[in-house]
Design a protein around this ligand. Sequence first.
Ligand code: PEP
Ligand code: MN
Length: 343
Amino acid sequence: MLIILEQSCACDERERLICLLEDAGAAVSALEAGGGAALAATGLSGAERRRLERLLGALDAVARVVPLDKPLRHVSTDGKPRPVVVGQRVIGGGDFTLIAGPCAVESEERLVEVARAVADGGADVLRGGAYKPRSSPHDFQGLGEEGLTALSRARDASGLPFVTEAVDETSLARVAACADIVQVGARNMHNFELLKRVGAAGRPVLLKRGFSATLEDWLQAAEYLFEAGARDVILCERGIRTFSDHSRFTLDLSIVPVARRLTGLPILVDPSHASGDRHSVIPLAMAAAAVGADGVMVEVHPRPAVARCDGRQALTPAEFRTLAHAIRSWEAGSPLPRRVMSS
Ligand code: PEP
Ligand code: MN
């Protein structure tokens, strides 16, 4: 379990908590991250762990108890940030990263157009799916290799590195040969065999949170990548399933500050897939900035009405520019605007 301490928790209180946990048989390590302190306790039996979770959760010195029980050897990064360098860009290095582009690569011409538009609008990285994991087999499945060629050309035309998803072993070999960042999608976050292969591919990885994954599931998926050889991993929250039916998924922004205390890996947020609605994308992206995310990934399409995939959640290039402007002004010291809506 992870015990997140209040800022006000004094050293002697912290020592008392460590003794209490060790007396109960736990192996305890102290973590420092995101400006706060936490204790990771492992090795407790189920009943003892539940008893201590209740007990510790009620103490003034404890902000929150997170029931993690497996070691995070790689992901906990000893409290240090672990930025990911992609070309000239640093993700998780303090600046807010904007990843933008269409859901799917539809044609080289349209991709180059949108890549230039988002580069001009302030994007750091281009996104676009060549292999699309769709909920229905009747929907557009992506252009495959032709899509990867288009992404490479769009990179040349715009100067932006690109991220694209690998859905299986075959697509991974092709994606890893050209992409700057390999994406593991929400539907594959639990695919441990794929995670091992992606980790071994040696490229930076963007790991989406599965839509029914707990914090521990997500971080353990990142552990799989590192254990297999990955050196650079970026986490991305993209909404989870809840009973709420006003949006496609529910964006779980509350995971950002908790994950931040556990890991120095960059944490991004995808408000496009979470909401499924372009009108919500900009407000949620601003909210992601407010909770301390390292950046956002948003879908952008020059003509959302004719997009082959996820048009309802796509910003136009002009709306993306509005978002980028609001984010860059905030980074330069202006307060977060009370309201920045897309049209
Ligand atoms: C995507 O980013 O293209 C995508 C399919 O996202 P997710 O895996 O989060 O659904
Ligand atoms: Mn999409």
